[in-house]
Design a protein around this ligand. Structure first.
Ligand SMILES: [Zn+2]
Ligand SMILES: [Zn+2]
Length: 257
């Protein structure tokens, strides 16, 4: 099966450029330095699956000319990963389709709290997104592709990364528990959190992310959740050949069997 992966957003929670900032990256003419909030899209078997619905969801869907949405997997319920959920409504209009959403207990509870009106069920006049929440307890099959949840720690919060075929997507963590490494063997591609060079209590630095690349040993690695501290070209020039910052609109294709 052929899978097309698109990076919808590669930026940290505030996005790049960051409101009111005049730094070199925020004012850079290089389009790779424009980063919307972090999310990826998978297209396979004529279905579209997203990881997270960011505050930039509507813009990302328009930019990539996405014409359907079949499921959303949530990493966690921080604002930069969920706030676009209300904008799934145009996809509901297609055959009045209810979109399944998946997450761990904390993610689902967070989405239900922030989007209380979606789940209240007492608004009979339409205009509310149609979604059905599902708890992830282990690997799930969506439209013929298996998604394996990979636990990572974002400070005290347990966040889910996902492995699908030869690819894994991990974001928003400062520690990968030992029990998660066996799920990351033999990867063609891994996406890893790399916020900036300066240390952060809940994210990885570029140096820490490079240590994970060594330990996990994927064929290629892409860094995401990138802050305005890291210029695209300048940072890539210092990374090993098989490691790159990802960027909005980046596309990969791969096969599973
Ligand atoms: Zn985040
Ligand atoms: Zn800036």
């Amino acid at each position: 099966m052929r899978i097309e992966l698109t990076v919808l957003g590669s930026g940290t929670s505030m996005g790049v450029p960051t409101i009111s900032c005049r730094c070199a990256v925020c004012t850079s003419p290089d389009p790779h330095d424009n980063r919307t909030r972090p999310s990826i899209m998978l297209r396979y078997n004529e279905h579209v699956v997203l990881v997270d619905t960011t505050p930039d969801f509507r813009f990302q869907m328009l930019r990539e000319q996405v014409d359907r949405l079949d499921a959303v997997l949530y990493t966690h319920s921080h604002a930069d990963h969920i706030l676009g959920l209300d904008d799934v409504r145009p996809f509901n209009l297609q055959e009045t389709k209810v979109i399944p959403i998946y997450g761990n207990r904390q993610a689902i509870d967070g989405v239900r709290r922030v989007f209380k009106y979606i789940f209240d069920g007492n608004y009979p006049f339409g205009g509310v997104p149609l979604v059905q929440d599902h708890l992830i307890n282990g690997p799930i099959d969506l439209f013929g592709l298996e998604f394996v949840p990979v636990r990572v720690m974002h400070g005290y919060l347990e966040v889910l990364g996902f492995r699908f075929g030869p690819v894994a997507y991990l974001t928003d963590y400062n520690r990968i528990p030992d029990s998660s490494y066996p799920l990351l063997r033999d990867l063609d591609v891994i996406f890893l959190d790399a916020l900036r060079h300066m240390s952060h209590p809940t994210h990885m630095t570029v140096a820490q992310a490079l240590q994970e690349v060594e330990k996990i040993a994927p064929r290629r690695a892409f860094f995401t959740h990138i802050a305005h501290d890291l210029g695209h070209e300048e940072t890539n020039a210092k990374l090993p050949d098989h490691v790159r910052l990802c960027y909005d609109g980046m596309r990969l294709e791969f096969d599973t069997d």
